[in-house]
Design a protein around this ligand. Sequence first.
Ligand SMILES: *[C@@H]1O[C@H](CO)[C@@H](O)[C@H](O)[C@H]1NC(C)=O
Ligand SMILES: *[C@@H]1O[C@H](CO)[C@@H](O)[C@H](O)[C@H]1NC(C)=O
Length: 280
Amino acid sequence: MNLFMSFLLLFLLYTDKLAGLNFNTDVTVTWGQSHVAKSRNGEEMEFKMDQYSGASAQTNADFLFGRFDMRVKLNSPDSTGTITTFYLHSPNRDLWWDEADFEFIGGSSTADYKIHTNLITDGIGNREQQFRFPFDPASNYHTYSFFWTPQQIIWYVDGIPIRVYRKLSDSRILYPDKQPMKVYTSLWNSTAWTGEVNWKNAPFSAHYRNFYVNACVAWRDGSNVSSNCKIVPPFWFTYKLLPLERDMIIRMREQYMTYDYCNDKEKVTDVTSIECANNP
Ligand SMILES: *[C@@H]1O[C@H](CO)[C@@H](O)[C@H](O)[C@H]1NC(C)=O
Ligand SMILES: *[C@@H]1O[C@H](CO)[C@@H](O)[C@H](O)[C@H]1NC(C)=O
């Protein structure tokens, strides 16, 4: 794909203006209050992590489909054992939760940092895909996005799609479209998963800004879920991954992918092999 096509694509994706969420009024800190700093205008948020705490926050609103963009700047090295996140998660913590993840895994140098993605629906995950960063994620802010519609979830890095998870007509392939999700962010000690933290390098930090959403705000009425998009469906509701975007995903996979559950004999089942054959 040539540069012109990339710009055309970005133009198409961004023509519909996204609304900025304010970290002071739209986001609540749920852990590590003393390790969170928000700018007075609510446009920036910083998490710190040391031996005493990390931090996490979540949106006040629940959403059922939408586009979610966040600009994130990660820790400088060495940040082995730290994870910085930006993810969607249903507010319920029951067995049937839904979740779509960006988890940024720290390393001893930024070349070792990884973009970890996963999709959990009905409480069933094991759909990890990992990528190297195409840039140094600690020297500048970069935009990470989810575009979640009734048809598919697309993960973007700086407007370039890196992953898609589709809803398939095969009912054995589960898809998160039955319950709302909130947007979460966190910085935490993941020694148990990604290696021991060198606390001499603490405090670690994660910076967030330009939190834009164009999403359907959802609410519950008893067991029924409603959303403003049921009343007035936005034009993007029926958006389908473009063939061009599929090509971009394939290219990104070739260049940057380091792990794919679809190639992991311990993770793939008869059912997931169907979803793997249909994604991207
Ligand atoms: C970090 O996580 C590891 C593994 O769970 C734990 O043993 C360690 O105490 C934690 N360190 C801090 C300072 O929280
Ligand atoms: C929930 O949806 C059902 C089926 O559409 C409807 O009959 C019922 O009145 C709804 N309940 C509420 C509280 O809106």
